[in-house]
Design a binder for this molecule. Structure first.
Ligand SMILES: *Cc1c(COP(=O)(O)O)cnc(C)c1O
Length: 378
C-alpha cells in the first residue's frame, strides 16, 4: 500500500494542488477541468462585498438565507455551517446523549467519515447498515439516513419515507445526510425533499451539484435547528459571513437544468466508451477501486491504483477528480461529474481520450514502484 494513513492522503492532496497550480501558471484557468462536481463557486457582487463584516453581514444575509434555504430544502428554518461535516458534527453533539446509540441507514456502505467520527466524538455507539429492515438498537437517540452516497448511490423514496416514519413512531429524531441527495434525488429521480417526507433535519452541501461554495446548509424543525446552531457556535462550526453570502447567491441562482444537461452528456460518453469497468452514476461516470484491481491485477491496492490514475488524469489532461485532490477520507472512486461547469468545455470526445490514454499510461507504470510513488506523491 502506498497510501497508508491520513498523512499520506494529505501529501497526495498537496501534490495534486501543486500540479493544479503549475497548470494554471502555464495555461491559465482554462488548462484545468474540474469534474469533481465540487466546483466551490464563490460568486459575489460589489454590493455583497461591502457587507462582509462580522455583525453587518449576518444581519443582511440571514433573512435571504432563510428564504432561499427553505425554498431549496423545505423545513421551518435553516442554518449555515462551515461544511456539511461541521453541520453533522453539531447535530450529533446537540441531539445525542453519551452512551446512547446512533444508527445510520445508507443505500450502500461505507458512510461518509463525518457520521461515524461525529458519533465517536459524542461518545455514542455507532452502527451503520444498508439493510433498511434492521430495527433501531436499544436506546437510539438519533437516526441518520444518507440520501445519496459519496459515489452517488441514491436511496429510493419509499425506503427513505419508511425509515422516517418508523423513527417518528418511535419518537426518535431523523437527520437525512442529503449532501448531494438534495439535488440528485429531487432533480433526477423526482423524489420529494427530505423535510417534506417528514425528516426532522436534512443537511446538504452547497458545493455539490450546484455552483456554490463548500458549506453545509441544514434545514428542519425550528427547535432542533436552534439547538444545533447553539452547539455550532460553541465549537466554531457555523458559517462565517463571506461564506453565507456566497451560499445565498448560489441558492438564489440554482438552476436544475444544469444537472439535466449532464444527463445528455453522460449518454453520449457512455455510448462512445463501451468499457465494462466504466459505470454510470446519476450525473456522470465512475471507475470503482475494485474494478481497477480486477483490471490491473497488480500488487497495489485499488485505492493506490485509483490515486495514480487520478494523478495521471490531472497531470496529463488537467482533469481534477476527488481521488487526486479530495479531502482525506473521501471516496477513492474515480468519478467524472458531467454536471460540473467545466464538463461542457471539455466534451465527450476529449474525456474519452483522456481516460483511455491515462489508463494505458497507468498500465505502463504499475510494475515500477518508484514511478507509482512519484506519480502519487511527486
Ligand atoms: C460530501 C459529503 C459529506 C461531507 O461534505 P463536506 O462539505 O466535505 O463536509 C457528507 N456526507 C455525504 C454523503 C457526502 O457526500
Amino acid at each position: 500500500m502506498l497510501t497508508e494513513d491520513i498523512m499520506d492522503e494529505v501529501k497526495r492532496r498537496e501534490h495534486a494542488l501543486e500540479i493544479i497550480r503549475k497548470r494554471i501558471g502555464d495555461h491559465g484557468r482554462s488548462g484545468i477541468y474540474d469534474l469533481t462536481g465540487l466546483s466551490g463557486g464563490f460568486s459575489l457582487d460589489e454590493d455583497d462585498m461591502a457587507l462582509l463584516e462580522t455583525y453587518v453581514g449576518p444581519a443582511v444575509f440571514e433573512e435571504r438565507l432563510q428564504e432561499a434555504g427553505v425554498r431549496h430544502l423545505g423545513g421551518e428554518k435553516v442554518a449555515a455551517f462551515n461544511r456539511t461535516s461541521s453541520a453533522i458534527l453539531a447535530a450529533v453533539l446537540a441531539i445525542t446523549e453519551p452512551g446512547s446509540a446512533l444508527i445510520h441507514y445508507l443505500p450502500e456502505m461505507p458512510s461518509h467519515p463525518s457520521v461515524p467520527l461525529s458519533a465517536e466524538l459524542a461518545s455514542v455507539r455507532y452502527h451503520e447498515t444498508d439493510d433498511f429492515r434492521e430495527p433501531f438498537p436499544e436506546d437510539t437517540s438519533l437516526v441518520v439516513v444518507t440520501g445519496s452516497t459519496m459515489d452517488h448511490r441514491v436511496i429510493s423514496e419509499s425506503l427513505l419515507k419508511d425509515i422516517i416514519g418508523r423513527a417518528g413512531d418511535a419518537g426518535i429524531p431523523v437527520l437525512v445526510d442529503d449532501a448531494s441527495g438534495a439535488r440528485l434525488r429531487t432533480v433526477i429521480f423526482n423524489q420529494r425533499r427530505a423535510c417534506d417526507l417528514g425528516a426532522d433535519l436534512a443537511v446538504t452541501s452547497t458545493d455539490k451539484l450546484m455552483h456554490g461554495p463548500r458549506g453545509g446548509l441544514m434545514a428542519g424543525r425550528a427547535d432542533l435547528i436552534d439547538r444545533v446552531k447553539s452547539k455550532a457556535y460553541q465549537f466554531g462550526l457555523e458559517a462565517q459571513p463571506p461564506l453565507i453570502a456566497a451560499m445565498v447567491r448560489a441558492l438564489e441562482d440554482f438552476d436544475p437544468s444544469d444537472i439535466l444537461e449532464a444527463l445528455e452528456r453522460k449518454g453520449e460518453l457512455l455510448e462512445m466508451m463501451d468499457d465494462p469497468d466504466i459505470e454510470e452514476t446519476p450525473t456522470g461516470i465512475m471507475i470503482r477501486t475494485e474494478s481497477l484491481r480486477r483490471r490491473y491485477g497488480s500488487t497495489w491496492s485499488g485505492e493506490d491504483l485509483s490515486a495514480a490514475l487520478a494523478m495521471i488524469l490531472l497531470e496529463d489532461h488537467g482533469i481534477i477528480t476527488i481521488p487526486a485532490a479530495g479531502m482525506p477520507g473521501a471516496s477513492m472512486t474515480i468519478r467524472l461529474d458531467l454536471a460540473a461547469a467545466d464538463a461542457g468545455r471539455l466534451g465527450a470526445e476529449a474525456i474519452k481520450s483522456a481516460l483511455t490514454d491515462s489508463m494505458r499510461k497507468l498500465a505502463g507504470i504499475i510494475d515500477d514502484a518508484s514511478a507509482m510513488r512519484r506519480t502519487i506523491f511527486g
